[in-house]
Design a protein around this ligand. Structure first.
Ligand SMILES: NC(=O)c1ccc[n+]([C@@H]2O[C@H](COP(=O)([O-])OP(=O)(O)OC[C@H]3O[C@@H](n4cnc5c(N)ncnc54)[C@H](O)[C@@H]3O)[C@@H](O)[C@H]2O)c1
Length: 275
């Protein structure tokens, strides 16, 4: 039985990586999808963000899996973009059953907290923390009117623990965990659940155009192979996490199987944060 049959799910940052894995698994599980990504670079982010072609690749895979898909480019830093995205979703499907706040940036990073430029600090908080808040601001009225909904924030083990030379990212993800808990309390009386997934080190899956481990390695000025070895050494299980592992947790949180789960964080981290 498909776990997301008849559900409409909005996923941000769906152009590649974890967002693409979430979209494909949700499609395989019977969901219809609203997929979005930015499609252009951001000046203060030192690596390329997803292109419209990458988003289109995700869309194609989801349609092949049987999903009806609405796709739209939108910048999670722009309230108008987010509002129009939610309006298009409701216009097409009439409701939104789950929202996956996955869009995020892993850098600028690689230096002590006081060495960030103001614009570097601000873009991390703007995308990783204020972005999910904007989506909640636009989507919550719809979910409240429906009387149900599941909001899933893709945080990180960096939302639970510190990482040397990643203060901006860590602060943004701790903030996202805080937003998750407070919003869960705000909306619980109205049957809307809010949870966070905290992935640990995720490997760069080429089929998903994943490259976040490389972003981390580049930020620290070390080779990708060395970063992969550090990641492997840091987890309890003898393997790092795949984007599909994160997608599995997302599917559960979007499904009715998790209907009495709210305000929590699920670490999908191969035991990293247990150490
Ligand atoms: N890969 C990891 O090791 C890892 C670990 C823990 C948490 N995460 C989190 O998982 C999420 C997905 O990361 P990923 O590894 O797939 O990285 P990724 O860079 O491949 O994907 C992130 C997506 O977000 C999009 N995005 C960035 N800024 C945006 C904006 N302003 N508006 C709209 N879209 C925007 C990017 O274009 C990209 O497609 C992020 O929130 C990340 O912080 C990743």
């Amino acid at each position: 039985m498909a776990r997301l049959k008849d559900k409409v799910i909005l996923i941000t940052g769906a152009g590649r990586g974890i967002g693409r894995a979430c979209a494909i698994l949700a499609a395989e599980e019977g969901a219809d999808l609203v997929l979005t990504d930015i499609g252009v670079p951001i000046d203060s982010v030192p690596y390329p963000l997803s292109s419209s072609d990458q988003l289109e690749t995700t869309v194609r895979s989801c349609r092949e899996a049987g999903a009806s898909v609405v796709a739209r480019l939108a910048d999670m830093c722009e309230m108008d973009d987010v509002r129009e995205l939610v309006e298009e979703a409701v216009g097409r499907f009439g409701r939104i059953d789950a929202v996956v706040n996955n869009a995020g940036i892993g850098a600028p990073a690689g230096k002590a907290a006081h060495l960030y430029e103001s614009e570097e600090w601000e873009i991390l908080l703007n995308v990783n923390l204020s972005g999910p808040w904007r989506v909640i601001k636009a989507a919550a009225p719809i979910l409240l009117e429906q009387g149900h909904g599941s909001i899933i924030n893709i945080a990180s083990t960096a939302g639970l623990l510190g990482y040397k030379h990643f203060a901006g990212y860590v602060a943004s993800k701790h903030g996202l965990v805080g937003l998750t808990k407070s919003a869960a309390l705000d909306y619980a009386p109205r049957n809307i659940r809010v949870n966070a997934i905290c992935p640990g080190p995720v490997y760069d899956d080429e089929r998903l155009d994943g490259h976040m481990t490389k972003v981390v390695a580049d930020s620290l000025g070390i080779r990708l192979g060395d970063q992969e070895a550090i990641d492997l050494e840091s987890v309890a299980l003898n393997t790092v996490v795949s984007p599909r592992d994160v997608a599995e947790a997302m599917v559960w949180l979007a499904s009715d199987g998790s209907q009495r789960v709210t305000g929590t964080t699920i670490a999908v981290d191969a035991g990293y944060s247990a150490k």
